[in-house]
Design a protein around this ligand. Structure first.
Ligand code: SAH
Length: 217
């Protein structure tokens, strides 16, 4: 995607490979997506720091490690169709786009959706579609998905997202309070009726605001 960047190489070595991310495809995806293109220009010196960064509209671009952790937990295959909820900067979608065949990413804040769409287009990431809308309802026109990754915390896993998973599909979602303890969970669709849920640890995300999320910001 662009030339080797020593800061990016250091980020991957220290924060990704050095911290238990073992999936070689995820590590490679993290190496090639230029995070500095997605962060706000006033925090660009921090593009490769080990932190979530503020964006416009009070939202955040996720910490690199958490992007890698979610991608690894979703076990994305090269033929997969993936839905991301919470496009934000578009960075997470760009990483997912290196791993999957096709990515749809939804964002409720119009300015963010527009900005993410522009960056994705500038970088020529043609397998990613940025959609503006309430992702708590998923995106039925492109369902079913092999993986759904939610980058905002919900009170519980929305039914619409469970229903849009293919059999064998994985839903990765932070569940918990709006501004309080949250757990990252992986929900595997075993068959039409049965889901298996696994806890992946404690996390801190902005709230999922929508019909099947929290009702107000
Ligand atoms: N994946 C992003 C991180 C985004 S933070 C990145 O890599 O930069 C979470 C995002 O979820 C915010 O931009 C927020 O506006 C968005 N969001 C919250 N509720 C949403 C909803 N119901 N549908 C779509 N996006 C939502």
């Amino acid at each position: 995607m662009n030339d080797v960047n020593p800061e990016l190489e250091r980020m991957v070595a220290q924060q990704i490979a050095g911290r238990g991310i073992t999936d070689s495809r995820v590590i490679e995806a993290m190496r090639v997506v230029p995070r500095q293109r997605f962060v706000d220009q006033d925090v660009v010196e921090d593009a490769y720091s080990d932190a979530a960064l503020p964006m416009m509209q009070g939202q955040t671009i996720s910490q690199p490690y958490i992007v890698a952790q979610m991608a690894q937990a979703a076990a994305i295959q090269p033929t997969d169709r993936v839905l991301e909820i919470g496009a934000g900067s578009g960075y997470g979608a760009a990483v997912l786009g290196r791993l999957a065949a096709r990515v749809w990413t939804m964002e409720r804040v119009p300015q963010l959706a527009r900005r993410a769409g522009v960056i994705v287009a500038e970088l020529g990431l043609s397998n990613i579609t940025v959609l503006r809308g309430d992702g708590s309802l998923g995106w039925a026109p492109a369902a079913p998905f092999d993986a759904i990754i939610v980058t905002a915390a919900a009170p519980e896993a929305p039914d619409s997202l469970r229903r849009q998973l293919a059999v064998g599909g994985r839903l990765i979602i932070p569940i918990g309070l709006k501004e309080g303890p949250q757990r990252l969970v992986r929900i595997l669709r075993k068959d039409a009726m049965n889901f298996e849920q696994e806890d992946l640890g404690s996390v801190a995300f902005v709230p999922l605001i929508g019909e099947q999320g929290f009702k107000t910001a």
